[in-house]
Ligand binder design. Sequence first.
Ligand code: SF4
Length: 261
Amino acid sequence: MKLLSTGTDSKTIKGEIFGVLTGILYLAPADESGEMNTCPHASNGCKSACLFTAGYAGIYKTVNEARIRKTLEFVNNRPQFMQDLINDINSLIKKAAKLKMIPVVRLNGTSDIVWESVKINGKNLMETFPKITFYDYTKDFQRMLRYLGGKFPMNYSLTFSRSESNDYKVNTILENGGNVAVVFRGGLPKKYMGKKVIDGDISDLRFNDGKNVVVGLKAKGKARKNDSGFVIDLANKRGFISVKIPMKFTMKKDRKQLTLA
Ligand code: SF4
């Protein structure tokens, strides 16, 4: 089964201008497959605004059907799924070499799976392809803390994702040097929670964003009308937090030992 897509979505294709060829895996988000919750940290707001409804997925039924098929394969036939994924990454590497481009992989296109823990022949995909850059967004706070604590494969980059119910986690991540993606409607502010906002729609190359920034994304698909608080509406300041909120967590100074107090 072919698993990775290249050049099929409006977002990752922008990386090609920068000489980067992205292979992206789209699974069925949250519990859409009926077999596995691929986004255990999803909020109600993000589920209702999910990119599962943006782009081609919002138009063609077959796109979502294919994503469900892939998810069922991941759940029910893991060894074959992983072998197919390895084959696809090898094909991506060859294609990129022909085009003189840099291959990168985003595994959680529409999911939030802990890929660093998924192993084949005793190795995760980052260990299997140590020269390839992997990157993802996540709403998994503990996972992000492990990333910031240096307990992550060196070739896997993570950006935390804000929702309507995790502002205190966003604050903690930003205070500890991480990057956070925030969805806005009505333009992008210059700063959010005291940190510089960059335009995350110029490309999807999140591993290239620099340190400790807010990645501003414009609302797309159903998110355009989402009023759960998942989208920050600059017109009426709904959900907007321009200053730091009080810390609810204290962190040990050594990033290698980030723990909740
Ligand atoms: S966590 Fe991401 S992929 Fe999952 S439902 Fe929310 S927006 Fe969609």
